[in-house]
Write a protein of this length. Sequence first.
Length: 371
Amino acid sequence: MDIVTRCPSWLAAPAEWNTEVCASLPSSRNCLSIVGHGESLKPMTYTEFQETKAAPSFGSTATPTSPAATHATAKAESPSLAEYTDFRQYLKDVYEHRRATESTGLRSYSYSAFSAAADIKSPNYLKLIIEGRRNLSEDMIVRFARALRLNKAETDEFRALVRYGQATEPIDRNQYLKELADLRARRAFDKGEINAEAWGKVPSWMGWVIYAMTEQKGVAFDPDELYRLFRAKTSPDDIKQELKRLVDGGHLKVEPTGDGAGHGNVMKGRDLIDSPQDVPVAMIRRLQAELIYLGIESLFRDSPKEREFGAMTIAMTQAEFEQVRFELRQLRKRVQKDLMVKREAGKGDRVYQLNIQLFPVTEKAEPAGQA
C-alpha cells in the first residue's frame, strides 16, 4: 500500500515543489509508487481525476529561475546556498544582493570588490564566471568561498555545487549531485533542522533493497551473502550496519531456527516509514539522488537484456503535462498492485528498481513583443 495520501502542511508552498516532494516519498512496500498532493489511491480515469478535484493544485505554471526571487520582499536576506543547484545563478544573486545592500552613496559594490576579497587580480573574474565564460579551479573555489564569506561546511557544499555544475559527463554529474544532496542533508542535521529521529526515518537505498529482498527467492540474510547479491557499489560492513538497523528497528523480523543456531526466515515487520509527514525535504532528495544514481550505474554496467531504458523529449502544453503525469501515476499504481498480488503467491527472482521521471528541460518563452 502507499503511505502518502496527502502532502503535509509544512510542504504547502510553493505548490509545485509541494507536489514534487510528496510524489517522491517512498512506499512502505518498497515499490516507490507514490501519490501526489491530495491524490486518491483509488485508480480513476483522467476525467474523474479532474471532476473530483483530486488533481493537485499545481499553482503558477511559471518555475522560478532563481530561488532568490522568493526573497524579493526581504532584500536584507542574503541568498541561501542550500536553495541552489546552479552555482553561477547563486553567484549572480549574491552579487546583486551585495550591490543592493552594501553599496554606499560614495561607492557601489563592484566586481572588483569581490575580486579583492578573493585575492584575484582580474577585476571582472566574477563576471566571467557568472556568464559561463570561465570555470572555477579547485584553488579558485576556495578563494571564491572566502569572498562569499562561507564557513567550512558551506565551502564543502559550494565545492560540490561547482563540481556538479561544471561536470560534462552524465555519470559524473549524477555522482556530484548525489554528494551534494548528502552534504545538504548532513548540514541540515548538524544545524538541528533535522533531528536524530527524523534522520533515521528514511533508510538509504540499501535499506530499501534489503527490505525488498525478503520477497526474493533463496536469499540468506548474512551480510557477506547479501554483499555478493548486491550489484551496486557498497561494502559488507555497510550492509551489516543497515541490516542491523532494520532488525533493531523492527522493520525486519527474524525467526530463530528450531535448534537455536543461526537465523531462520526473515520477513517484513514494520513499515520502513511510519510518519511520512515528518520526513524532511533534504532527506527525501537525498534518497532521490541515490536512486537516480543507481539507474546511471545500471546504464553503463548492465546488458540491455537485463534493463529497460527509454527516453522521449517533446514539447507539451501545461494541460498535456498534467495528463501525462496522471497517466504515469496510474501506470505505477497498476504495476504495484499487480506485483503485490503476485508476491503474496510466491517470491520473485531478483529485486528491481523502477524510477519514473518527467521534468521540464526548457523555460517558457515570452510571447513576441513581451520579452
